[in-house]
Design a binder for this molecule. Structure first.
Ligand code: BES
Ligand code: MN
Ligand code: ZN
Length: 535
């Protein structure tokens, strides 16, 4: 089951922000719902309880208490209300509520803590609050809820409203995601437990209607893109092959109005992608080269190009990986999945920009036909590469894709790849690695990461690191030794990006989670969608 999102717009006379509390509250409480989510500030609770020795003052909670016939007082007396940020308290309907014309079956109170202070615009605090509220909504018998966005309720600037709404939808989508429900072809698990919580409605008035509706539509598109990226990532490598990725991309022609082309081995050979092909050589499964286009901008407008690493399984090749956790190398196509997911979201949003997604995809397998350490191959750019380690294959497929995209005369190119284990060592699972010499691109991507809480951290690309990639026998070596492994990988890629503005995202530590919660995160789809929206 997927979660549905909708908006409900009232007239400004009926639903006001932040004044006219009483009539606005009774309007919201009078809507049919399993739960109405309301946020309160620390000051609301102080006013209500008469904190700091003062006498109780009228405000949000006292108005609510009147309408709910003392339920708030009761919750406060028994100690269920806490001003600590993100603490929650569920009030359940009583007979007296119905007599008051209240149709909400529950009211979920969420504490904003200090977030409500004027000028406070802390998205990560808001995310904690949203997550706590969503957690309270799930797992029980609640099917639908009404969400009164705090930034609207508190009269914050509308620009925050969009981010807040998108983020709430992003998290609700994360919470509702179940693997396998969208794959009709095969049931992966006998028992797939779906959450009952299935419908979230955002309320607003006609003053913010346009903004709110747009943000909800963007959020929905983002969740669709994220679900697709997660499914592709989580699918087993015997099903999610390069051919499967090609078909998934092709399904976006119908689903999102994209133009999609999938090139096979012959066409890849004709393009002279000797580096890409050297990785595919060890596999019985043919490589594919996927090009997806969204033409939402003017005809001649330079496109933003996204390139995703699509290794559907990385054994390391002849430089075979150790066996431990090798199953997780099915996630080595998460760059590709995030590009396909972002293209899907872009199409669904009918974004008024030209965006192109490119995915080189193959398997990295050892076999009698596989590339050996020491082999020299010629890339599409003409540069020769000495392959010293066949496990450094991501850069070998990406470099040819980066040369290929020159033809689009791009405004900017962003590649996304689970490129190096070294990036996991450097940044862990918090930030994705960002590499770029273009300050504007760095700023835009950093900001997009912050507004979607899908963050990046910049790492260097200095020429000094290029030394490590020198080869005695070819123009460049494909590895630069252990020191600064993520940087030398990025430096390798930079040699193929001279004709345009470029950034590289290393998502090795952020694309999936290991352990008990093993699964794809769909990162950096939120970042990329926000970046495209903010352009
Ligand atoms: N796909 C891996 C990178 C990776 C490893 C991502 C572990 C996430 C977790 C990549 O193809 C790879 O094997 N890189 C090598 C490069 C090395 C041989 C220079 C690595 O990081 O060990
Ligand atoms: Mn590898
Ligand atoms: Zn790899």
């Amino acid at each position: 089951m997927t979660i549905q999102f909708s908006t409900k717009i009232f007239s400004q006379a009926d639903l006001r922000s932040p004044k006219q509390l009483k009539s606005s509250l009774s309007l919201l409480l009078g809507q049919n719902s399993d739960c109405l989510v309301l946020a309160y500030a620390k000051t609301d609770l102080d006013d209500f309880s008469g904190g700091r020795g003062a006498k109780p003052k009228p405000g949000l909670l006292s108005e609510l208490d009147l309408l709910l016939c003392g339920s708030v007082t009761h919750a406060n007396v028994v100690g269920d209300l806490d001003s600590k940020q993100a603490s929650t308290c569920t009030l359940r309907a009583e007979k007296s509520w119905t007599a008051n014309g209240i149709k909400a079956k529950r009211v979920l109170l969420v504490s904003l803590g200090d977030l409500a202070l004027p000028g406070a615009r802390d998205l990560s605090a808001y995310s904690k609050i949203a997550k706590a509220a969503l957690k309270s909504l799930s797992g029980g018998s609640i099917e639908d809820a009404i969400w009164f966005t705090p930034s609207f309720a508190l009269g914050h600037k509308a620009v925050f409203l969009a981010e807040e709404v998108r983020l709430s939808i992003q998290y609700a989508g994360d919470q509702a995601y179940r693997f396998g429900v969208r794959q009709a072809a095969m049931k992966f698990k006998a028992k797939d437990k779906a959450d009952t919580f299935a419908h979230l409605t955002f309320v607003g008035n006609d003053q913010c209607a346009k903004e709110l509706k747009a943000a909800v539509a963007e959020g929905i598109a983002m969740v669709e893109g994220m679900n697709l990226a997660k499914d592709l990532g989580n699918l087993p490598p015997n099903i999610c092959t390069p051919t499967y990725l090609g078909k998934a991309a092709q399904s976006l022609i119908k689903k999102a109005g994209l133009k999609v082309e999938v090139l096979g081995r012959k066409q890849i050979e004709a393009l002279g992608m000797g580096s890409f092909l050297s990785v595919a050589k060890g596999s019985d499964t043919p490589p594919q080269f996927i090009v997806m286009r969204h033409q939402g901008g003017k005809a001649g407008e330079a496109p933003i190009v996204l390139v995703g690493k699509g290794i559907t399984f990385d054994t390391g090749g002849i430089s075979l990986k150790p066996g431990e956790a090798m199953d997780e190398m099915k996630y080595d196509m998460c760059g590709a999945a995030s590009v396909i997911g972002t293209m899907y979201a872009t199409g669904l949003m009918k974004l008024k920009k030209n965006v192109i997604g490119v995915v080189p995809t193959c398997e990295n397998m050892p076999s009698g036909g596989a590339t050996r350490p020491g082999d020299i191959v010629k890339s599409m750019s003409g540069q020769t590469i000495e392959i010293l380690n066949t496990d450094a294959e991501g850069r070998l497929i990406l470099c040819d894709a980066l040369t290929y995209v020159e033809r689009f005369k791009p405004k900017a190119v962003i590649d996304v790849a689970t490129l190096t284990g070294a990036c996991v060592i450097a940044l862990g699972h918090v930030h994705s690695g960002l590499f770029s010499d273009d300050e504007d691109l760095v700023n835009a991507l950093t900001k997009a990461g912050q507004s979607s809480l899908d963050t990046v951290w910049r790492l260097p690309l200095d020429v000094a690191y290029h030394e490590q990639l020198k080869s005695n026998f070819a123009d460049v070596a494909n590895i630069g030794g252990r020191p600064a492994g993520s940087v030398t990988a990025a430096c390798f890629l930079s040699r193929f990006t001279e004709k345009y503005k470029w950034a590289h995202l290393d998502i090795a530590g952020t694309a999936w989670k290991s352990g008990a919660a093993k699964g794809s995160t769909a990162r950096p789809v939120p970042l990329l969608v926000n970046y495209l929206l903010e352009q």
